[in-house]
Design a protein around this ligand. Structure first.
Ligand code: COA
Length: 244
């Protein structure tokens, strides 16, 4: 169950994990409601995104995987993984003006804008919302943090401690590299895991296209190794932002 670094050769296995797991997260239906009609597009663009994440030259992004046997006694396969934004390393090296590599835009430019599996309004609002939420809840912390972008354990391997082993690996990295926090915009299932791991909830965020009833609810959460709470934005009861 020990996490290892994800490699370019893992791209197929990781794509299979994400396609078979993420429908449990409401954001997947929100962004990709036509994936059953267009499975080829769904696979192609999901895989393309992970080609970037797993590319060693895309070093602002780190993928860790966990392997296990799908069949009893069978060979090990990737059953879970996490993707982190670790651009703090390059920001330390090149200064805070360093711009984080953006694989989502790369995929958009390679045909992602016309993929048929997606609701493009929801897709764009989701990414814009993630950026707004990051700025609102974590922006004041500055570059000395890492962000958990994606975490997935295949359904048949859940509740065996695999997701938490990936998070604990990253929590150890936060301590080793003396970072201020690890942040995440948590899904409902993720919220259970991160709460169990001792993350704190710093606010609720809604993804919503004006004029629609449908909306997504995400919880901004963070793990902080130190007890210091100064200068961090936390949403108050009325949905405003306060500094504590
Ligand atoms: C969230 C997710 C990665 C958790 O992975 P996992 O390998 O099952 O997590 P763990 O087994 O390490 O869980 C550790 C503890 O977290 C809590 N927990 C995890 N998933 C839970 C759930 N679905 N319901 C309630 N508690 C949960 C439990 O306390 C669990 O301990 P227990 O099983 O002894 O009760 C997995 O459910 C998943 O892939 N979900 C779909 C995708 C998703 O929402 N990802 C998160 C994006 S932010």
């Amino acid at each position: 169950m020990k996490p290892r670094l994800g490699l370019p050769a893992d791209v197929e296995a990781v794509t299979n994990v994400i396609i078979n797991t993420m429908p449990l997260d409401p954001q997947w239906d929100y962004r990709f409601p036509y994936r059953h009609e267009y499975p080829e597009d769904h696979y192609k663009y999901t895989r393309m995104l992970f080609e970037y994440f797993l590319d060693p030259s895309y070093d602002d992004w780190l993928v860790m995987v966990v392997e296990d046997s799908v069949e009893p006694g069978g060979s090990s396969e990737v059953v879970a993984f996490g993707v982190w934004d670790v651009s703090y390393v390059n920001k330390r090296r090149y200064g805070p003006g360093y711009k984080t590599q953006d694989p989502v835009t790369e995929v958009e430019e390679r045909g992602g804008k016309t993929r048929k599996d997606a609701n493009h309004e929801h897709f764009n609002e989701f990414w814009r919302g993630q950026i707004r939420a990051y700025k609102k809840f974590f922006g004041s912390i500055g570059p000395e943090q890492m962000h958990l972008q994606i975490l997935a354990t295949l359904p048949e391997f859940q509740r065996r401690g695999i997701g938490s082993s990936l998070c604990k690996w990253a929590m150890e990295l936060v301590r080793r590299d003396t970072l201020k926090d690890m942040s995440v915009m948590a899904s409902p299932m993720g919220h259970e895991l991160y709460t169990w791991l001792g993350f704190e909830r710093v606010g609720t965020f809604f993804i919503h296209v004006p004029g629609e009833d449908e909306r997504l609810v995400l919880q901004a959460m963070m793990y902080r190794p130190s007890k210091l709470r100064r200068g961090i934005a936390v949403e108050d009861a009325d949905g405003g932002c306060v500094m504590i």
